[in-house]
Design a protein. Structure first.
Length: 274
C-alpha cells in the first residue's frame, strides 16, 4: 500500500523510509507506523492524522495482520495537535480536527488486533491521548507524558478523556490541572503505561510482546479485545452474565477447539484464525 502524503510531513515505517510518501508494509504480520516530522515535533496536524488513520485501518480484516505498532522518530513522540490549525476562527475546521483524532482512537479500540504504542520520547497533550488510547503502551525510561494545554490557554479536555479512563482521578487531575510531566516510571505507577524498560531494551521488549501476540489466534484475541472494552462500562453482574455468554461463544471458535486439542496432545496449535 503506497500512500501519497502532503509535503508538509512524512509518515513512514522504520523499514521503508521514502521522502514524501509512506509505504506501510507488514513484516510477519506486524504493521509499524512511525511518525516523523521533527520540525513540528511530530504534531498531529490534520494531514498527519488523515494518513495515520488510513494506515491504521487499511486492510484490518486481513487475517495476516496480527498487530499494529505506533511509534515515532526523535525525542518528541508527539507534541499533540498543531496549534496553528486551531488558531483560525473556523469552528467547523477545528471541530473536524478534534473529530479526526476521536475517530482514530475509537478505531484503535475497534481494530481486531492489539495496537501497541512504542514510546521513546515525550508524548504531550493529544500525543499523550493517542498513546493512552492504545491497547498496550511500552515506554523507555527516557520517556515523559504530559497534558500541558492549560499553560497556553487550551485545557486538555479530549486528552483528559483518555488519561482519565486509564489512571486514577488524583493522578489524571494532577496532569491536566498542573501540566507537569510524568516520567515513564511515574506513568507506569499511575496506570498510564503498561511497561517501562531501559531505552536499550525497548526494541527487544516490543519484539517479545509481538512474538507473544503472534503465538495466539487472531480470532480469539479479536473476540477477547472487543468484549474486554465492552464489559468495562457494564455493572458487575451484567459484565459477568455477558462474559459467560462470551466464553461460550469463544468455545465455538475453531481455533479454540484446536487450542484445547493441541494442549491435550502436547503439541503446538495450528491456528486458522477462525
Amino acid at each position: 500500500m503506497l500512500l501519497k502524503l502532503p509535503k508538509s510531513f512524512k509518515l513512514y515505517t522504520r523499514l521503508v523510509p521514502i521522502r514524501f510518501a509512506s509505504k506501510v508494509k507488514n513484516d510477519r504480520g506486524v504493521r509499524e507506523i512511525t511518525l516523523c516530522h521533527p520540525s513540528t515535533r511530530n504534531s498531529l496536524s490534520m494531514d498527519m492524522m488523515c494518513v495515520l488513520h488510513e494506515a491504521l485501518v487499511e486492510d484490518s480484516r486481513n487475517v495476516e495482520l496480527r498487530c499494529v505498532i505506533l511509534t515515532a522518530e526523535g525525542k518528541i513522540w508527539s507534541a499533540g495537535h498543531n496549534l496553528k490549525e486551531l488558531q483560525p476562527d473556523d469552528l467547523e475546521f477545528r471541530d473536524t480536527v478534534f473529530q479526526k483524532l476521536t475517530d482514530i482512537v475509537l478505531d484503535i479500540r475497534k481494530l481486531p488486533v492489539p495496537v501497541i504504542a512504542k514510546v521513546n520520547g515525550y508524548a504531550a497533550a493529544a500525543g499523550c491521548q493517542l498513546a493512552a488510547s492504545c491497547d498496550i503502551i511500552v515506554a523507555s525510561d527516557k520517556s515523559m507524558f504530559s497534558t500541558p494545554g492549560a499553560g497556553v490557554g487550551v485545557f486538555c479536555n479530549t486528552p483528559g478523556v483518555a488519561v482519565g479512563r486509564v489512571m486514577s482521578r488524583p493522578k489524571s487531575a494532577y496532569m491536566l490541572m498542573t501540566g507537569l510531566p510524568l516520567s515513564s516510571q511515574e506513568a507506569y505507577v499511575a496506570g498510564l503505561v503498561s511497561k517501562v524498560v531501559p531505552e536499550s531494551e525497548l526494541d527487544k521488549t516490543i519484539e517479545e510482546i509481538v512474538c507473544a501476540i503472534r503465538s495466539k489466534s487472531r480470532a480469539v484475541l479479536g473476540l477477547g479485545k472487543e468484549f474486554y472494552y465492552e464489559q468495562l462500562n457494564l455493572p458487575l453482574e451484567d459484565a459477568y452474565a455477558k462474559a459467560k455468554a462470551k466464553m461460550n461463544e469463544n468455545l465455538q471458535l475453531a481455533d479454540c477447539k484446536e487450542g484445547m486439542q493441541s494442549f491435550i496432545e502436547k503439541r503446538a496449535p495450528n491456528w486458522k484464525h477462525t
